[in-house]
Design a protein. Structure first.
Length: 109
């Protein structure tokens, strides 16, 4: 298993996700999404796993602009503006989840 957790340091669900894997002694890489963001390859992998709409937080300040973008422009905007993401984004190879999803993670073990 190659777990990556992309989240925000003040996000409660991100902390819960990290605790979930720590308790099970599963190694993971934690990435602060506000500082590092996602690479283009990581973003494409997550989009193919969950879809672009599931990835975007409707509570984000920039969402009112994002929702009117063309489908082709949306991934580029996500690469530019990491505050648009719902967190945590948990990746395991080509699989990914958004939010706290221990039911799915248990199947990865």
């Amino acid at each position: 298993m190659n777990i990556q957790i992309f989240g925000k340091s003040k996000c409660f669900d991100t902390k819960k996700a990290e605790r979930y894997f720590k308790e099970r002694r599963v190694k993971f890489q934690s990435v602060d999404i506000l500082q590092k963001g996602l690479s283009k390859g990581e973003l494409n992998s997550v989009i193919s796993a969950v879809g672009i709409e599931a990835l975007v937080s409707e509570k984000a300040d920039e969402y009112h602009l994002f929702k009117y973008l063309s489908p082709e422009a949306k991934p580029e905007k996500l690469l530019e503006c990491s505050t648009l993401y719902k967190t945590p984004i948990v990746r395991n190879g080509k699989s990914a989840t958004i939010g706290y999803r221990p039911d799915v993670w248990a199947k990865w073990e």
